[in-house]
Design a protein around this ligand. Sequence first.
Ligand code: KIV
Ligand code: ZN
Length: 523
Amino acid sequence: MSTDKDRVLIFDTTLRDGEQSPGATMSHSEKLEIAEMLDEMGVDIIEAGFPIASEGDFAAVSEIAKAAQNSVICGLSRANYKDIDRCWEAVKHAKAPRIHTFIGTSPLHRAIPNLTQDEMADRIHDTVTHARNLCDNVQWSPMDATRTEWDYLCRVVEIAIRAGATTINIPDTVGYTAPVESADLIRRLIAEVPGGEDVVFATHCHNDLGMATANSLAAVDGGARQIECTINGLGERAGNTALEEVVMAMKTRSDIMPYFTEIDTTKIMAISRRVSTVSGFLVQPNKAIVGKNAFAHESGIHQDGMLKNRENFEIMRPEDIGLSGTSLPLGKHSGRAALRDKLEKLGFELADNQLKDVFVRFKALADQKKEVFDEDLIALMRDSSAEQANEHLKIKLLRVVCGTEGPQSAEMVLEVDGADQRVEATGDGPVDAAFNAVKALFEHNARLELYQVHAVTEGTDAQATVSVRLNEDGTIATGESADTDTVVASAKAYVNALNRLIERRKMGRVGYDEKSVSYKDVG
Ligand code: KIV
Ligand code: ZN
């Protein structure tokens, strides 16, 4: 029988570590929406952002704190009083607030603020004490713990515990550790650091060597009882531990991993799709648990085996993660109720006015395509949400001339901050012409780093999903769109990325630069 000591807390950092990933910036309303979904699916702790990073981050964390019903709401702060005070100001509205403060403890990271071991130890003592005087739920992290000298790691963990930290998080910041080491590290810290048995140890793994999930689960074997993770493994570089992977691994292999979480796994697919849409990071088709092919059985042998007994090739049931079974496509005669029902099965819950808007789009699509498959509806939903978030630029009209005789041309009407502007542009192909039209109407220096086209389904009437990545002096923004007309999808994806870029420009976030703040500087 499982007891509370087998319970693993799920700490989701999609809105902080995930959103920090270049190009993954979410708008304010998108952050609130994702937080609500995390809260509803049973995530124990939501790291809602880094409040000192910008006014926008602060506002998002405070609003999430006010709205959360069940989850603990946590904010991140560097090891200085000003950050910690700002973090507290944002999270204090929550029913259950938490301050998370961190400092890089490895030799490489100590060199950044240029602190000796003793100076850093004093700073940890002072800042954790300061946080604990504000909030009785304090998490402390020695960043780059897995490359910190063992003796020093034990010393600083003990200092943080004595100063009042209630959770000690052990980050594998650069994805350097391996499962055996990950388990051993936590086991030894709990056993050897005075007070280690009285706090919760957490594991926070990055996926640089593709071992984040394995390392997190190994840390649980070593005694960690909090896993830090993100939806779809979103995060910098190769990302963070994927929530869906650790949760489903513990559920599916409870025979060898006798732990449990309070996550409602049937909500996994819906939140995975939503995070993919709002972050602009597509999920790779063969991604574990949430990839498009994770439950697809293409080969004849597999299909035959599945028909005889699904357990031949399935270790999890698709329903357990919120995937509906095989479903019939919709068509132009399908009504609003059928559309609502289908969307709900796909994890989209819409208010009546939203359904009205989506229904109009659905009818337009069904006029172009005989059969509207689940994948089409998912693409349509992503598209409509990206367009709703566009506050600056909107395409009102696009007409292109293409063919074997060049140059190709595009006529475009673009709404720029409320005013319609018209232009005709030429280019090397219709997509180039359409992009040139956008550039003529909205001047910018962003470089097109990625342009990718995928067919959503089979057939020549299939929708094309286009992904675009822009880079303006290191500020990255992605955009995505789908349409049965590839040129239209391309232009819309480009405009979606530009809208995000404009938002990113406004954010002007601070990074983790430790030199910029004196640590006793009270805000
Ligand atoms: O990876 C890391 O070390 C972090 C810390 C800020 C906890 O994200
Ligand atoms: Zn991290």
